[in-house]
Design a protein around this ligand. Structure first.
Ligand SMILES: *Cc1c(COP(=O)(O)O)cnc(C)c1O
Length: 372
C-alpha cells in the first residue's frame, strides 16, 4: 500500500466551515438558470461607467502582471483618507485582508473576539489558522454591544477584536463615540479591526475621524457602493509598520491589474458612488414601507440591505427556501436575536418591485399554511 502525503496536524485540525453557499451553486441545486440576486449585498447599480471603460481597455494588457505595490491606487486612496501611502495596503477584497490580519496577529490557540452572528467570513479565517473564536452577545436589537465586548475581552485576552460597522447582517450602526469607548477599554496590545465594508453608505462625519489610530486597523472595499465585488479589491488603513508586515506576506500579485485600474477609475468618479448611495437610501425606504404593508418588522439599516422579520428561526429558513424556489436569492442571519429574519439586498427599482410581489405571495402562502 502506498503511503500518501498528508496535510500537517494543524491544518487537519481545522474544522470545515463554509461561510456562504454562492448563488451560482444555489441556482444549480434549484435547477434554475439564474436567480434574482438579493442575497450577497452586491450592488444592483453596477460599477461606474468610467470603471467599466477603464477595465475594458485594461483587458488588452491582461498578459501583463499588475503593479504588485498598487502604487497608483494606494496613492489615490491615501489622498482620499488623508493618510500616507505607507498607511494603505490593498488586498483582493476585505476577505483577503482578514486572512492576513489573523495570520499576522494570532498564533494557533490564541483568541480572537467578535460579536455573535456578525460577518461569517471573519470567523472562517479565524478557524483556518487554528485560532479560538470567542464571541460577545449583541444588544437586544442585534447591534454591537461595547460593554459585552469589553467584558468578554477581559475574560478571554484576545489578540484581535473584530467589529463590523455598519454591521452585517444586522445593518446596525455603532457611533464613533462608542467605538472610541471600545478602543479605550481594550488593552494597548489588543488589535481592534473595524470592518467598514458599508461605510460608503454612511455620512463621513458620523464615522471615526480619519486620524490614524495605531492600535486599530480599518477595512474598506470596492465591493459594495462601488459595485466591483467581482473585481476583488479591498484595502486596509493601518500603521505603517503593519502595512510593511502585510506587504511581506501577502500574495504578491493578488490584486490583478485590471482590478487596480477599475478601482482607480471608480474612485475618480465620486458622483457615481453618490448616486448609488442615494438610490440605496430610496430602496431602503421602499423596503421599510413594504415591511409595514405586509406586517413584517424591518430593522433600521445603515447599509445596502434590510432585514425583515419572518417569525421563528425555522420560519425564516422556510422563507429563504420559498423565495429560492421562486427564483429569488436572499440570506438570513444565523444567530439570535435576529435568526428569525431574512436579509434582503436593495435591488434596482424594477428588482424591488419583483421582490415585493414574490415576497408578498410567499408570505401569504406561508401564513395560509400556518393558519390551517
Ligand atoms: C461584503 C462584506 C465584506 C466583503 O468584502 P470584500 O471586499 O468583497 O471581500 C467584508 N465585510 C463585510 C461586513 C461585508 O458585508
Amino acid at each position: 500500500m502506498i503511503r500518501l502525503p498528508v496535510p500537517t496536524a494543524q491544518i487537519t485540525a481545522v474544522p470545515a466551515v463554509t461561510p456562504f453557499v454562492a448563488p451560482e451553486e444555489l441556482a444549480r441545486r434549484a435547477g434554475l438558470p439564474a436567480l434574482l440576486r438579493l442575497g450577497a449585498n452586491e450592488s444592483a447599480f453596477g460599477p461606474s461607467p468610467r470603471a467599466i471603460a477603464a477595465m475594458r481597455e485594461a483587458a488588452e494588457h491582461a498578459s501583463w502582471y499588475g503593479d504588485p505595490e498598487s502604487i497608483d491606487l494606494r496613492t489615490a486612496l491615501a489622498a482620499r483618507h488623508a493618510c500616507a501611502v505607507d498607511n494603505v495596503v490593498v488586498g483582493s477584497g476585505i476577505d483577503d485582508l482578514m486572512s492576513l490580519i489573523v495570520r499576522t496577529f494570532c498564533a494557533p490557540g490564541d483568541a480572537a473576539l467578535a460579536t455573535r452572528g456578525t460577518y461569517a467570513t471573519w470567523t472562517y479565517h479565524v478557524a483556518a489558522y487554528g485560532v479560538r473564536a470567542e464571541t460577545a452577545d449583541p444588544t437586544p436589537d442585534a447591534a454591537i454591544d461595547v460593554d459585552a465586548l469589553l467584558e468578554r475581552a477581559a475574560r478571554t485576552a484576545p489578540k484581535v477584536v473584530y467589529v463590523a460597522n455598519p454591521d452585517n447582517p444586522s445593518g446596525a450602526f455603532t457611533s464613533a463615540a462608542e467605538l472610541a469607548r471600545l478602543r479605550a477599554g481594550l488593552a494597548d496590545g489588543v488589535l481592534l479591526v473595524i470592518d467598514e465594508a458599508y461605510a460608503d453608505f454612511v455620512d463621513d462625519r458620523l464615522l471615526p475621524s480619519a486620524t490614524l489610530e495605531p492600535r486599530t486597523i480599518r477595512l474598506r472595499t470596492f465591493s459594495k457602493a462601488y459595485g466591483l465585488a467581482g473585481a476583488r479589491v479591498g484595502y486596509a488603513i493601518a500603521a505603517a509598520d503593519y502595512v510593511r508586515t502585510f506587504q511581506k506576506i501577502r500574495q504578491h500579485f493578488g490584486v490583478n491589474r485590471t482590478a487596480q485600474i477599475g478601482a482607480l477609475a471608480a474612485l475618480a468618479d465620486p458622483a457615481f458612488a453618490q448616486s448609488v448611495v442615494a438610490e440605496v437610501t430610496r430602496g431602503r425606504a421602499d423596503y421599510a414601507e413594504l415591511g409595514r404593508r405586509l406586517g413584517c418588522r424591518t430593522l433600521p439599516s445603515a447599509t445596502n440591505f434590510v432585514c425583515f422579520e419572518i417569525g421563528t428561526k425555522a420560519a425564516a429558513e422556510e422563507m429563504v427556501g420559498a423565495l429560492l424556489a421562486r427564483g429569488v436569492f436572499v440570506r438570513k442571519p444565523a444567530a439570535p436575536p435576529i435568526d428569525g429574519f431574512i436579509r434582503v439586498t436593495v435591488g434596482t427599482g424594477a428588482e424591488r418591485a419583483v421582490f415585493a410581489e414574490i415576497f408578498s405571495e410567499a408570505l401569504a402562502s406561508m401564513r395560509e399554511k400556518a393558519a390551517v
